[in-house]
Design a protein around this ligand. Structure first.
Ligand code: KG4
Ligand code: ZN
Length: 344
């Protein structure tokens, strides 16, 4: 329904993201607190610390977006929150706040699948893709190619059989002595590396399958790290080869997915979608063949509240909200189970 305002709460991992989306108007405001600095001391996300931090951040951020948008709490029509997948404790913080606030305001709540948020996030940009399209979802936890027919109509075309693309970046970065999160750090270091100095494996590239495998890559990186005198240039060259291998596999499989489905639009979502080389390669390869690639704004590539508010607004428009305030979080949740979730 035009005009309805949805508050979105994202708390599945290490960012607290809050946003307000109004049907017919678009994104009214959004705010984010990232816990990267806190977790970087430990070299990765510490779940208990993540939950505690979401507790501290969520309400002040809600106040902040309401003030930014000049919207009072009473004007909100629904509250969407990430119900899964993600860290159980972190998800529970967002789910509890959403449902208690929803109950207090007597407005519905909507549990959103985190990956659906990522999948639909390019629709927040202008120009936006039109259904149907192929989505390449590349985050710290997921690497999937999906055929997207419409909201909630997703067909899995291929996925990683082991590590996710973001994990491959993060683990390789760790081997090179870089901090967390490794993706952006490795990609920065790669800029001073010489392309082609080292060649790393590209598993599963020559099969027809659209599945990915990245676990062999970190073993190959480890071998390079052990074999070489790890001076700055060698580290940069290895970073360069690692990024090249990951990007090459992602770009070729994405192209194959378009060819197999006969679709021309590719949407790239998830944190690794922020990678510059990946963007350049995909745009070059696909536009050359008459296709088109769409990316969310950089700030909506990584976890954020806007994608959850937006997915919530679309679900609300389809009357898929919940008014009983009973909730459970789903730390593990397959996207293909999503339609069953909304049928009641
Ligand atoms: O979507 P996201 O923020 O969180 C998850 O749901 O996982 O993705 C985070 C992942 C991390 O693995 C991070 O290293 C990676 O995205 N990432 C990047 C870049 N920016 C973030 N990887 C490569 N290049 C980047 N520029
Ligand atoms: Zn994510």
């Amino acid at each position: 329904m035009k005009g309805q305002i949805t508050l979105g709460i994202e708390s599945s991992c290490d960012e607290t993201g809050i946003a307000l989306y109004q049907m017919g108007r678009g994104l009214l405001a959004h705010a984010l607190h990232t816990q990267v600095a806190m977790h970087s001391e430990y070299g990765g996300v510490v779940p208990e610390l993540a939950s505690r931090d979401h507790v501290k951040r969520a309400v002040p951020l809600i106040r902040k977006v309401l003030a930014q948008a000049d919207v009072s709490l009473e004007k909100i029509d629904a509250i969407a929150y990430t119900q899964g997948p993600g860290l159980g404790g972190a998800l529970l913080v967002g789910a509890s706040i959403a449902n208690s606030l929803g109950f207090a305001l007597n407005i519905p709540t909507i549990g959103i699948h985190h990956l659906e948020g990522h999948l639909l996030s390019p629709l927040l940009s202008d120009p936006a893709p039109e259904f149907p399209f192929v989505a390449l979802l590349v985050s710290g936890g997921h690497t999937q190619l999906m055929r997207v027919e419409g909201v909630g109509r997703y067909e899995l075309l291929g996925e990683t059989v082991d590590d996710a693309a973001g994990e491959a970046f993060d683990k390789s970065a760790k081997l090179l002595g870089l901090g967390y999160p490794g993706g952006p750090a490795l990609s920065r270091l790669a800029q001073s590396g010489s392309p082609g100095k080292y060649k790393l494996p590209r598993p599963m590239l020559h099969s027809d399958s659209l599945d990915f495998s990245f676990s062999g890559l970190k073993t190959a990186v480890l071998t390079l790290v052990r074999q070489n005198d790890l001076n700055d240039q060698a580290r940069a060259d290895i970073a360069c080869a690692t990024q090249e291998a990951i990007v090459d596999v992602l770009a070729r499989k994405a192209r194959a997915a378009l060819a197999q489905t006969g679709l021309s639009q590719l949407v790239v979502a998830g944190g690794v979608g922020a990678n510059r080389l990946l963007r350049e390669r995909l745009t070059h390869d696909i536009e050359k063949r008459g296709g088109r690639v769409f990316y969310p704004e950089l700030e909506f590539c990584t976890d954020n509240g806007a994608m959850i508010a937006y997915a919530g607004a679309l679900r609300l428009a389809q009357n898929q909200e919940n008014r009983d305030y009973r909730f459970d979080v789903k730390p593990r949740w397959n996207l293909d189970e999503i339609e069953r979730h909304y049928v009641r």
